[in-house]
Structures are given as C-alpha cells and as structure tokens.
Design a protein around this ligand. Structure first.
Ligand code: ADP
Length: 843
C-alpha cells in the first residue's frame, strides 16, 4: 500500500502513467483538452504526440460523430465513472478509417468538494478478443444447426428404410415374374458365347458362369476366387491395365462404376491365350463404396488375331515405307545441307566481295573527301607518322609538294617544324588517343626556300583499327593567317577610326530600331549628357533635342528607316544638355542598313558639332544684311543720278553717254537684285519674310511672265505652253519671283540659242509649273544639295558664271511656306527641268 505521507508530484505521476502498457489519457478541461496521453493511447488513436494540448475533437476529428465525446462530457459533469466493453470505435490509423473494439473506462478525478478537475481515460484494444468471441459464437451456432440437420437426416433415413422394405417386397414379386425372362436371357447369352461374372466386392466372393470359366481356361466345376483365378488368369502383359480398369470402375466419381476393357487370359489348365472383351458395372452403397461388380466377358480372340495380323502386315508395310521414307529424307536433307552450304559459300563470297568493295569505296571515299576538302587534311600512319594521305590544301599550307612528303615519316618530310611543338603533339595524340585541338596558334611554315609565320587552327585526331588500337593520326589544318591579319587590321582600322572620331570631336552613333537603343561614343554621350555606361533610347534622345527641332529630327529618323529614303539621314538640330544646361548645334548624318526584306537593321552615323559654324554663319548673315542694307541707300541714289544723267544725255543726244548709262543701269539692276536677294535671305533667317496670300489665276501670272521674258530675253527661245485657268491661293509676287528665278537660271546655265519651255498644268490636284532647259544639266550628287543656301555646283563649266547660290534656296523656302513641293530632274550635259507645285484652290 502506498504510504500516504509520500506525495507524488503531477509530473512524476504522468511519467509513471507514460510507462504504463495500458493506454491512458488525461483530459484537464471541460472541453476535453488532452493534458496527457501515453504512447499506448497515441498508438491506439493512430496519432502522434502533437495531439497533446489539443481538445479531443481537434485531435481525433473522426470520432466527432461517434458517441465518445458526449460520454466523456457526461462523466465530467456527473463525476460518474463510465465503463464499457467490446465497443467499436472508428479511427484513422495510417491514413485508413479502421474500426477496432475497445474496453475502456472514463473516470472523473474530483477535488474535495466533488468538482471534476480531470478525466482519466484508460482503454484496451480488444479487437482480437472480440473477433475470437464472435467466431466462437458463430461456430456454436453452426454446430447447433448441424445437430438439427442430423436429427432431420435420421428421420429421413428411418423413412427411407421403410421405403426400402416395401421396395424389397415389390422386388421379390418382380423376380418371380422375371425369372422366366432371365432364363431366356441366359440362353441368348450362351448362344452368343457371353460369360457372366458376379463379384461380391465386400466379401471377395466371385462367381463365374461356365462360359466365363471357359474363357479363363478353368474347369466348369472349379470354385473360383478373384485373386487366384481372375488376377492370375490375366495375361501378364495385360494384368496391370485390367486391374487398373477394375480399380477405376470401383471409383464412382471417376467412372460411375462402368467397366469396359479388352485383355488376354492365359488358360489355367490349357495355357491357351484368349482375347476377351469385358463389360461390367459396379454397384455402390450410400457411401459410394463398391458392393457388387457384375458384368459379361466375350471371346474376341479371332477378331483380335485378324486385326493383329492386319496390323502386323500394315506395320511391316509401314516399317518398309518408313525406312524408304527415312532414306529419302536423309537423302534430301543431305541435298539440303549441300545446297545450304553452297548458298552459304555463295553468300560469304558475295559478302566478302561487297565488304571488299565497301572497303575500297570507303577508302576511296575517305581519300576523295580528304583530297577534295577545302581545308587541309592528312593521314599519318603508324608510330613513325608516315604521311599516307595529304590533300592539296594541306600541301599548300605546308609549302611542300606531294613528292616531297608522301610515304615519308612526318618528321623527315617537314624538318622545318623541328623545335616547334607540332611533332610532340602528334606523338602525344598517337600515344594517348586523346584528340588535340589548337586555336589560332603561330607556327613557322616552309615558304619557298625560307619560312613564313602562319596562324593556323588545327585538330589532331587519333585513328583506330577495327580492334580499337591506334594506328594513325588525322590532321585537319586551316590557315587563318590572312583572316587573322584582316581581323587585326580591321581592329586597327577601327581603333584608328575611333581615335580619329575622338580627335575630330565627332559623335558616333548606332541606332538599333528593334531594341530602340542608341549606342554612341563618349563624345556623343557627353553631348547628350549621359554617363559612360548609360544607354540612350530613342525617346530619351529625342527629349534632349530642342523643342523647335524635335519633331523634325523624329521625322528624319522615321524617314531614314524607310527603304524609300534610301536610308539617308541628314539633319541639323540643337541639343540641350540636361547635365550642363548648354546648347550645341549638331549636324547628324547617317545611313540605314536594311536586310534583304527591306527591314531596317541599324542606323549608323556621325554627329558634327556645328555650333561655331552656325555662329559664324549668323555673323556672316548679320554682316551681309547690314552691308546690303547700307548698300541699298547709295545704290538708290546712284540709280537716281544715273536716271538724271540719262535724261540729260537724251537731251544732248550724247549717244556714247546714253549707251554707257544703259550699261550702268543694267549693272545697277543686277546689283539691286543681288542686294534684295541678300536682304531676303536675312529676312528669311530672322523669320521676317511674310507670305501675303491671295487667290489668283496662275494662267494670268504665267502670261505676265511670258510678256516680260519675251521683252527682256533675246539670247534664247523662250516657249510658253498654253495654260488653262488654275486658281491658287498664294503670294502672287513671290511665286512670280520663283518662276523668274527658274527662267533666269535656265538662261544662265544653257547655251544661247537653245530653247526654254515653260508649262503650267494641273496634276493630282496641284498646279505644276516647270521650266525646262537644254543646258549643262546637274550631276546626281549635286541635285540633293541644290536648294541649300549658298550652294553652287563646282565644275569647269560653271567657271565663268557668277552667282551666290541663294536663288534656289529662296525659291525652296517660298514654296515650302506655300505647302508646295520643289524639285529638279536633270541629266548632266542634256538639260534640267526645275518644277514646283502649289495646291489648287477649290473652284
Ligand atoms: P546661283 O545661280 O546664283 O549660283 P542658285 O541658287 O540660283 O544660285 O543656283 C544654285 C546652283 O544651282 C547654281 O550655282 C548652279 O550650279 C545650279 N543651277 C541652277 N539652275 C540651273 C540650271 N538651270 N542648270 C544647271 N544648273 C543650275
């Protein structure tokens, strides 16, 4: 008994419980929190230790719909212990819902005032016991059923017995009636020579009729027994078979008691052999045990003899036949073998032949491949590396003739390699079987009588025989000297180019339309205010461009990326460096590269800082404007004085003075036009040129021009084509100025006496005015630049013709301000057609 003074701590108690083999759990709250569960309980639940601390409902959710939780709560509240046996519970064990049987007890542990503070749950898995018991119950039920069935069987048997008795009686009556019939049967039996046997199996008592005894060669008076007469009377060769037939007949399940057998007997007295055919039927008791065996035997000796003889002769015949057949067979198989051997031989020969051909072919093919390969190839054989095959390409690289190297050890054939690593490499490949690959290595090769430095790529590949033994080395050699030199040169050029670009303060750019990224040299990045490693996408690049230039640059890029532009990019614009806040005017020139489908791959080009040039130009313009302006006043007074002198000369009829003053006047007019031109340019540049639009008929303007030209121009034939009414909305004076400029250029740049044609037609909703001459024409390279300010063609034929290159520039600016187009078609030496278009006014 436990000493009441010894207090056991809760933990110790739990430890003790943990050791217990009985499944034990403690719940310490009303909602059945698992305070403790020992291993036995956990394994019974099919859970691990993580369930401790959870409520039983959380820990074993599968028991929610089973009665246990309710029972436990009831015990908690009532304090009454609940015990149950053989109770099924379904728990998830190893992932499967398993029903087991338990004896268990829920016991409330209460404090002094009778309040429950925990529940002790003990349980034992009694599934096996339960199942055993169930089996026992089941078995005893079965036994009971059997007993009942037996009792019923007994009753049936008694009833059956009674039936037998009455049947027996009936049978004896039938026997009497049938005796006569049986006698008749006996007589028939005798006539057919049939013997009858009747064996009382249980008492081993055999009865043979007279005929049966005859067939076994025993005297009619002899009392026969199964063993001494039947078994002994059987021919030794047939005994086993016959007794087997008897045994089979005794097996009701096998034969249903039927017996049918042919055997020989050896007469006990006369030793005569007889063939008999016995047929019988075994009668069984209820336990299927043989009781009686009755049957007949019939002499079949004559038939059997006859059949045997037949069979014998047949078999003899058969034997003879078989022998013959066998001989034939042998013969044909020998033949077959011979044929097969022949075929095999033929096959082998063909195969050999084919193999030879293939070998030859593959050798020739290898040779062919090697010979024709554009890359240097050779085959070295054996440890001496004898040169077996060497193609022309390799001979060229080696600087050797075929005769110099063929069938010679490589070392001897190419002494120039002495002291270089090649020989060792080949030895090494031959020895180790490991291929060697060399990229871009420098080697001194024979060149005429001397040596040359070559750069080559090479592969040394071991060659093996059919057994896998190394028997040679294949060398693949490529002379890349030129390519490497070219590459180095290209790199050098690139380097020089970069240096030049840097030195020339040029911005170089590369634009990839696919990625939309600009790459540029350092100068360009600096101008755009970018760090060294920063990329510039198109958007960013455009943003850095001055507002007034931005859309123009974007258009120029789009235009250059279109195949129609021929890929040309040429634009001037101002960059506002976001880093330094400085402005820079640049001239960008580039070219787009297109792929075969006409898609832009890249736009590459240069940027030239033209800020200074622009400033110079500005200064020049300012100066010209100022000078022109200053010249205008004295020129006007010169013109005035000249006119005065002219009128005085007229009065004095001073012809000489008149002529001189006329010439002076012409020069003054020229000068006025020139100065006006300069003034116009400067006005244009400073945005001071104004377009005074009005709707007028081009036909009339052309008519006026025609009148003026016919009056002034006598050196050329000026031909005006008739013009239909063509209304336009434009600055009449300035358009007239453009036509006059075209005509005066045509006069200026074509020989006297040639014809100038002027037309004005409507084409695609535009008035198209063109001036065609038969003059010097313009080279293609100049055409694009003709409308630039101050641009003049530089050629011998231009030598004496004066001008400043501002006329066409002004024309172009005027036409552009009218939303028209201007251009020229020209063939050098044949003439030019200058044209411009203006939108036609709706009538
Ligand atoms: P300028 O005639 O004063 O040089 P323009 O601007 O009128 O200036 O013409 C620019 C250049 O275009 C000329 O210098 C000349 O080389 C070329 N040009 C103009 N018209 C013709 C023409 N009809 N035939 C050949 N060349 C021409």
């Amino acid at each position: 008994m436990l000493d009441p003074t010894i207090t056991i701590s809760d933990e110790l108690l739990l430890q003790v419980l943990a050791q217990s083999k009985d499944a034990t759990a403690i719940y310490d709250s009303e909602n059945l929190n698992i305070r403790f569960a020992n291993d036995a309980m956990l394994s019974l639940w099919g859970k691990n230790r993580s369930v401790v601390g959870k409520t039983i409902e959380e820990a074993i959710p599968e028991i929610k719909d089973q009665s246990f939780i309710g029972l436990l709560k009831n015990v908690w509240h009532t304090g009454k212990t609940y015990t149950a046996i053989d109770t099924p519970a379904s728990l998830i064990i190893n992932g499967l819902l398993t029903t087991s049987y338990f004896d268990f007890e829920y016991r409330a542990i209460t404090d002094a005032s009778g309040n429950t503070y925990c529940l002790l749950h003990t349980a034992a898995d009694v599934t096996q016991r339960f199942k055993d018991q169930e089996e026992i119950t089941e078995r005893s039920a079965k036994e009971q059923q059997l007993i009942e069935e037996l009792a019923a069987g007994n009753e049936e048997l008694t009833a059956l017995n009674e039936e037998y008795l009455s049947t027996n009686e009936e049978l004896s009556i039938i026997s009497a009636e049938n005796r006569k019939a049986l006698e008749q049967l006996a007589m028939a039996k005798q006539a057919a020579g049939i013997g009858v046997f009747d064996l009382d199996v249980v008492n081993d008592c055999l009865v043979w009729d007279e005929r049966c005894k005859q067939l076994f060669g025993v005297s009619a008076q002899k009392e026969v027994t199964y063993t001494s007469d039947f078994v002994e009377g059987l021919h030794p060769d047939d005994r086993e078979l016959t007794l087997k037939a008897v045994a089979n007949a005794y097996n009701k399940a096998l034969t249903a008691g039927r017996y049918n057998v042919k055997y020989r007997t050896v007469g006990t007295d006369d030793k005569q052999i007889r063939w008999v055919h016995a047929v019988g039927q075994v009668h069984f008791n209820e336990q299927d045990k043989p009781q009686r065996f009755i049957g007949t035997v019939m002499d079949i000796t004559t038939e059997v003899d006859a059949r045997l003889k037949l069979e014998q002769s047949e078999s003899q015949l058969q034997d003879a036949n078989e022998e013959l057949f066998a001989i034939n067979e042998e013969q044909s198989s020998i033949n077959e073998e011979l044929r097969a051997t022949n075929e095999e031989l033929a096959d082998t020969q063909t195969e050999l032949l084919l193999a030879n051909i293939k070998l030859l072919e593959s050798q020739t093919r290898l040779r062919d491949v090697l010979e024709q390969a554009p890359i240097g190839m050779c085959v070295l054989r054996g440890p001496e590396h004898v040169i077996e095959i060497a193609n022309n390409a390799i001979l060229n690289i080696w600087g050797r003739t075929r005769a110099e190297v063929m069938d010679k050890p490589h070392r001897n054939a190419r002494p120039e390699l002495e002291g270089q690593p090649v020989f060792d490499w080949i030895d090494n490949v031959y020895r180790t079987g490991k291929r060697q690959v060399n990229q871009e290595f420098k080697v001194m090769l024979r060149n005429g009588d001397g040596l040359r430095e070559a750069i080559v790529n090479s592969i040394y590949e071991p060659l093996r025989d059919s057994e896998g033994n190394i028997n040679g080395v294949l060398i693949v050699l490529e002379d890349i000297t030129a390519a490497v030199k070219e590459r180095r040169e290209a790199a050098h050029i690139q380097e020089m180019f970069n240096l030049a670009i840097e030195a020339g303060e040029l911005g170089a750019f590369y634009y990839d339309p696919t990625s939309n990224l600009f790459k540029g040299n350092e100068t360009l990045k600096r101008w755009f205010g970018l760090g060294k490693d920063e990329y510039l996408d198109l958007q960013l690049a455009i943003e850095v461009i001055a507002d007034e230039d931005r859309s123009r640059v974007a258009e120029a890029i789009t235009f250059a990326l279109d195949t129609a532009s021929g890929g040309n990019y040429d634009v001037e614009y101002t960059i506002l460096n976001p880093q330094t806040n400085t402005t820079r005017i640049v001239k960008a020139k580039g070219k787009t590269q297109f792929d075969t489908y006409g898609l832009a791959m890249s736009l590459n080009g240069m940027l030239l800082d033209i800020t200074e040039r622009k400033k110079d130009e500005q200064r020049k313009n300012d100066f010209i404007a100022m000078v022109s302006h200053e010249l205008k006043t004295p020129l006007t007074s010169i013109k005035g004085f000249t006119q005065m002198l002219q009128s005085k000369a007229v009065k004095r009829e001073d012809d000489f003075s008149l002529k001189a003053l006329d010439k002076t006047n012409i020069q003054i007019n020229k000068m006025t036009t020139l100065i006006n031109g300069f003034l116009n340019v400067s006005r244009l540049e400073s945005g001071k040129i104004h377009i005074n639009s009005q709707v007028f008929d081009m036909a009339e303007l052309v008519k006026e021009t025609e009148e003026e030209s016919t009056a002034i121009i006598s050196s050329h034939n000026v031909v005006f084509a008739p013009v239909v009414k063509t209304m336009v909305n434009a600055d009449r004076d300035k358009i007239g100025q453009v036509i006059n400029n075209f005509i005066s250029n045509a006069v200026k740049y074509s020989p006297g006496g040639s014809t100038i044609y002027i037309t004005c037609v409507i084409s695609n909703g535009m008035a198209l005015i063109s001036v065609k001459d038969e003059g010097m024409g313009i080279a293609a390279k100049d055409i694009d630049r003709l409308f630039e300010r101050y641009y003049r063609v530089e050629s011998k034929s231009m030598g004496t013709i004066s001008g400043f290159g501002i006329g066409l520039y002004l024309c172009s600016e005027i036409i552009q301000r009218h939303n028209g187009n201007i251009g020229v078609e020209s063939v050098l030496g044949e003439g030019s057609t200058f044209w411009f278009t203006l939108p036609v006014c709706p009538a």
